[in-house]
Ligand binder design. Structure first.
Ligand code: SF4
Length: 239
């Protein structure tokens, strides 16, 4: 967790830092980007992980051992995803922080009706992902994610560093420029933990309802199995 001894930055300082770093680090390696983030923000830096794999958690732990890794437990995860979270927590030099929504699934069902994910996935994601993350990031100045430009056309312009004005945080995407081949090479070279569902036809792993995550077909981009048919491409965290 963050400590009061860590330096903090004003929103103006964070915005200026991000603007400079976005230019200077555009062609830097993922390791260089994470080193800059660790040196700049110290314990006020966190990394978020969907527990699809532990690539960014590994990169971050190399730059800042003991770094906080935030996992959003929506209550709808595959057991394999929870197992990957537990394995990361048990085997890596990171501090896994599991955030939960304000309501359990049963409480949400009682207020909004069952299977909100099928009827209004934007509201479901807002309640179970966006609000908990916004709450969880309150004590940090910066957060790193595993967003990559080649995951889908909607992520093609992902900056390596940007200022997130809504949350007033610096958002870092150290592997934004990586291809799937780059990810595979890093996984192989470093023995990175992977969610077993990646070997079962899932290319992007979110919540378990079929309307939220399905296997991808030959030739589809990695995120085409998310909210397939709902006209939705992002949960809202990255919008
Ligand atoms: Fe709800 Fe599906 Fe979003 Fe998970 S991915 S929070 S189940 S709509």
């Amino acid at each position: 967790m963050t400590t009061e001894a860590e330096p903090t930055h004003t929103a103006e300082q964070l915005e200026a830092l991000a603007a400079t770093a976005a230019v200077e680090l555009e062609n830097a390696s993922a390791q260089e980007i994470m080193r800059w983030a660790a040196e700049t923000f110290g314990r006020r830096l966190a990394v978020t992980s969907s527990m699809e794999d532990a690539v960014v958690a590994h990169l971050a732990s190399t730059a800042l051992p003991g770094i906080d890794v935030i996992f959003l437990d929506t209550g709808y995860h595959f057991v394999e995803t929870i197992g990957t979270r537990d394995a990361v927590e048990a085997t890596m030099p990171v501090n896994v922080i599991t955030l939960t929504p304000r309501q359990s699934v049963a409480e949400q069902d009682a207020e909004y009706g069952p299977k909100l994910h099928d009827r209004d996935p934007d509201l479901c994601c807002k309640l179970r992902k966006v609000e908990p993350l916004n709450r969880g990031l309150a004590g940090y100045d910066a957060w790193a994610t595993g967003l990559r430009r080649d995951e889908s056309p909607t992520r093609a312009n992902t900056p390596v560093v940007a200022y997130d004005p809504k949350r007033q945080k610096v958002k870092i995407a150290p592997i934004a420029r990586w291809t799937q081949d780059d990810v595979d090479a890093y996984v192989a070279a470093n023995g990175i933990l992977l969610n077993p569902l990646l070997f079962d036809g899932y290319a992007s792993i979110g919540c378990s309802p079929e309307s939220c995550t399905r296997r991808v077909l030959e030739g589809e981009d990695a995120r085409s199995g998310r909210w397939s048919g709902a006209g939705k491409t992002e949960c809202g965290i990255h919008l």
